[in-house]
Design a protein around this ligand. Structure first.
Ligand SMILES: [Zn+2]
Length: 495
C-alpha cells in the first residue's frame, strides 16, 4: 500500500470510531430490522425506525394484496428513512408470496383475516404479527390500489360510491369511545392529507376524496371490511387507521408518488418528522469481492477468504459488495496506484492482500495465495477460509526479499539494509484492524499516525530516532502491534 492512502485510512478509522461511538450514544436503538418466518415463502420484513426525539408511531403496511404494486413500492421507500422525531413501523411486503405471484391472495385475502378464526395458513401467522405491530402504533396506513374511481354519486360503472380508487378510506368518519374518552375525527385527518395529495395532481378527475365505508353500520356496503387491518386498528386498538387507494389504471410512477404524498401527509399529521437527508453511519463491512484471474469466469471471494492463484497470474477485481453501495474501492497491496485498483488488470508476483474500502475506511480483506511451486493449477480457482488462529506473524521485505517472521522474534539487520513491513499475517482477524508501529520510525512525516506498514525503512539514511532504541544505544529497536488499542505483539530489530 502506498503511503498517502495508508495514513488517510488510519486517520479516517480514528474519526470513524469516534463518530460511531458518538452515534451509539446519541441515537440509541435508532432502527431495527426483524425478519419473521425466515426461510419460509412468507418471510416478513419489519423495519422500525425511531427518531432522535420521541413521538408518535405511524405504521405503514404495503403489499397486503400482491397485485397492488404501488403500495409496496411506496412503503419500501420508508424502510431506510431516518427520523428526527417520532417513529415508523414499516412492513413493505406484508404478503410476499402474493407479491411474487402478483395475485391478490394465495389461500385467503389477508386483509380479511384480522377478525375471525385461525385458518392454520401462513396468512393467519402473518396477520398475528401485524396485529402485534398495530398494537404498538398510534396510526395505521394500509396502502392499496383500487379498481375504478371512488365518487360520492353514481357517474358510471367505473366511477361510483362502490369504487375505491383515488380515495382515502376510513371505517367511520368519526370514532368515539366514551369509556376511554377517545375521540378521533378520521374525516378531518383524511381531508387534511387529501388536500396535500391533491396539490400534486393536475387533472381534477383524479383528485383524492374521503371514502367513509361506515363499516360498522348495519347498512354498510362494505361488511367484508370488518376483517380488515384498519377495522382492527380502529375498533380494537382505538387508533386512527386509513386505507390509501390509488387507481389501478394510472401509470405506476404516479400511483407510487400519490402514496408517498399521502404517507408524508400522515407523517406530518402525526408529528413524525424525517431527517433530510437521513444519516447512516453503520460500520462498513465487506461481504465479498468478485474477481477474475487470467480473464476467467469471475469468482466470488468472501471477506477474509483466500484465493489460490499462480505467481504471474493476471488479476482483476470486477466488483465489490458491502453493506454500502457507494464509495467502494479496493487497494491491492504492493500493486496498482495510491487510489482505486478496481477494474484494472495487474500481474501478481507476490502473495498479497486486497483491502476493500468504503470511502477512506478499510471494511474488509481478501487474500491472494500462491499454489505450492510444483503445482500449477490452470483450470479451477479455489477459495478457502482463513485459518482460525490467533497466531500473529509479520511479512517483511528485507533488501527486496520477503521474509515471514514470528511474533516476538528478533530480526537482525545491518546498517544500510532496506526494510518494509509489508503486512501482518493474522489468521482470521482482518490485518486492517491492527496498527503496526515501528518505534522511532515515522512512516508519514506529515502526520505521524503510528501505522508504519508499507513504508520503506532505509537504515542507510538515519531514519531511526535513537531515543526510541532500547537503552538509547541505537542498536535495538522494536515494533509494537496493537489491536483495539491493546498491545498484541512485538518484533525486535537488532543491528
Ligand atoms: Zn387492496
Amino acid at each position: 500500500m502506498k503511503k498517502k492512502v495508508r495514513y488517510k485510512i488510519f486517520i479516517c478509522l480514528c474519526v470513524f470510531y469516534l463518530v460511531s461511538i458518538a452515534s451509539l450514544c446519541a441515537f440509541a436503538q435508532k432502527r431495527s430490522f426483524t425478519v419473521f418466518f425466515e426461510g419460509e415463502d412468507n418471510e416478513l420484513y419489519v423495519y422500525k425506525v425511531n427518531g432522535t426525539d420521541p413521538g408518535k408511531t405511524l405504521m405503514i403496511i404495503g403489499g397486503i394484496q400482491g397485485d397492488e404494486v404501488a403500495g409496496f413500492l411506496a412503503a419500501d421507500r420508508y424502510a431506510d428513512i431516518s427520523l428526527k422525531k417520532g417513529n415508523l413501523i414499516v412492513v413493505p411486503r406484508a404478503n410476499f408470496p402474493s407479491i411474487l405471484k402478483r395475485e391478490r391472495k394465495i389461500n385467503e385475502d389477508m386483509n380479511r383475516k384480522f377478525s375471525g378464526a385461525d385458518a392454520g395458513n401462513y396468512e393467519t401467522k402473518v396477520v398475528k404479527v401485524l396485529k402485534k405491530l398495530i398494537q404498538e402504533s398510534d396510526c395505521l396506513l394500509n396502502l392499496h390500489e383500487g379498481s375504478g374511481i371512488f365518487s360520492e354519486k353514481w357517474e358510471g360503472p367505473m366511477r361510483n360510491p362502490k369504487r375505491f380508487g383515488q380515495s382515502i378510506i376510513a371505517d367511520t368518519a368519526f370514532f368515539e369511545d366514551k369509556k376511554l374518552g377517545i375521540k378521533i375525527d378520521l374525516e378531518a385527518m383524511a381531508n387534511n392529507v387529501i388536500k396535500e395529495v391533491n396539490k400534486h395532481i393536475t387533472n381534477s378527475e383524479y383528485f383524492f376524496h374521503f371514502n367513509n365505508h361506515g363499516t360498522a353500520q348495519s347498512d354498510t356496503k362494505h361488511k367484508e371490511q370488518r376483517g380488515s387491518a384498519t377495522y382492527y386498528a380502529l375498533y380494537q386498538c382505538k387508533i386512527p387507521a386509513f386505507g390509501v387507494e390509488s387507481a389501478k389504471t394510472l401509470p405506476l410512477e404516479q400511483k407510487v408518488k400519490q402514496h408517498i404524498y399521502a404517507i408524508n401527509g400522515f407523517m406530518n399529521l402525526m408529528g413524525v418528522i424525517p431527517e433530510t437527508p437521513g444519516i447512516d453511519l453503520k460500520k462498513p463491512e465487506l461481504q465479498y469481492i468478485i474477481i477474475s484471474v487470467n480473464d476467467s469466469v469471475p469468482v466470488v471471494v468472501g471477506t477474509m477468504q483466500r484465493l489460490k492463484i499462480n505467481r504471474g497470474d493476471i488479476v482483476e477485481v470486477l466488483d465489490i459488495v458491502a453493506n454500502y453501495k457507494r464509495g467502494l474501492s479496493v487497494d491491492i497491496i504492493g500493486v496498482g496506484s495510491d487510489y482505486n485498483d478496481m477494474k484494472k488488470k495487474f500481474v501478481i508476483n507476490e502473495e498479497t492482500r486486497i483491502i476493500a474500502k468504503k470511502d477512506c475506511y478499510a471494511c474488509g480483506s481478501i487474500f491472494l495465495d500462491f499454489h505450492p511451486k510444483d503445482v500449477v493449477e490452470t483450470s479451477k480457482l479455489s477459495v478457502s477460509d482463513s485459518k482460525k488462529t490467533a497466531e500473529l506473524k509479520y511479512k517483511l521485505k528485507v533488501n527486496g526479499r520477503i521474509r515471514i517472521v514470528d511474533n516476538y522474534s528478533h530480526v537482525k539487520l545491518k546498517r544500510g539494509d532496506k526494510l518494509v513491513i509489508l503486512d501482518l499475517i493474522s489468521g482470521n482477524i482482518d490485518p486492517s484492524e491492527y496498527v503496526v508501529n515501528f518505534k522511532g520510525f515515522v512512516g508519514n512525516r506529515r502526520n505521524n499516525t503510528g501505522e508504519d506498514r508499507g513504508y520503506l525503512v532505509d537504515t542507510a539514511k538515519n531514519v531511526l530516532m535513537r531515543k526510541y532504541s532500547i537503552n538509547k544505544q541505537n542498536k535495538h529497536y522494536y515494533i509494537v502491534t496493537s489491536l483495539n488499542d491493546k498491545e498484541v505483539g512485538k518484533l525486535f530489530i537488532d543491528f
